[in-house]
Design a protein. Sequence first.
Length: 279
Amino acid sequence: MKIVDSVAGLNEALDIVRKSGKTIGFVPTMGALHEGHMALIERAVKATDFVVASIFVNPTQFTNASDLELYPRTPEKDAALLQQHGCDLAFFPTAPEMYSSDYVPPVVPLGSLESVMEGEFRPGHFKGVVQVVYRFFDLIRPDFAFFGLKDVQQVAVIKHMVSYLNMKVNIVACPTLRESSGLAMSSRNARLSAEEKEIAVHISRTLTHARELAKMKSPAEVKADAEQFFSSSPMRLEYFRVVDPATLTDLSDRWVPGAVACIAGYCGDVRLIDNMTLN
Ligand code: AMP
């Protein structure tokens, strides 16, 4: 596996790949890699000829300075994991390299996609996501890009961006990997103590509880009941929503196929999100 930290190094490596006609798969990450990320790499290795992974803690998508500062960073371990799982090129750019002064990001109107759920509680977050992912797509020009459904709203935003800008890349959405306890794998879990990790399992339990309730109750009733269920834990709930998978708007009386329950909450001072398809 080759490791590059500059756009020049990236271009040099990719020129050779493009000339050979190989397909390029891309997995963007913020590092502190875990098995969930590795599932994306493995999927990319199976589906494409040459796999590029980026490790970049993108400052423009953080709305909280201490969250950015405390975000776990494990570059050596990340490089070793990527190599073990068959990644061909690891890109570790710096912020100035990503956002040179002459770089102008495109404007992509996101409508309600950026005002609900994560967008509501992290204003500006999805503008930062669009900015960084567009920049990566522009530099790497992948045939396929792999994203986790753990960040279901991010997948919707990226699909919207690709369609709005008529980009050639195919977006592949991959299922969420969980610990045996049910806790969704996340880089932020590294900031939890063993005790907090046990408490945090209540997030996925709330979602599985909601999935059971969905068999006999309306979306609004599921939401009310799941919020009540969650309140027995010491965590602070930020939101619980039952939404349409395409528009991410709230469901109330009627179910639609693929309805998703989305949750965000704080375990101590660590913000965790998760979601589950209910039907
Ligand atoms: P991050 O490093 O958190 O920005 O995540 C990079 C990519 O990995 C995103 O597409 C995430 O949705 C995905 N991802 C994170 N956690 C998981 C997980 N537990 N299972 C599957 N994909 C994940």
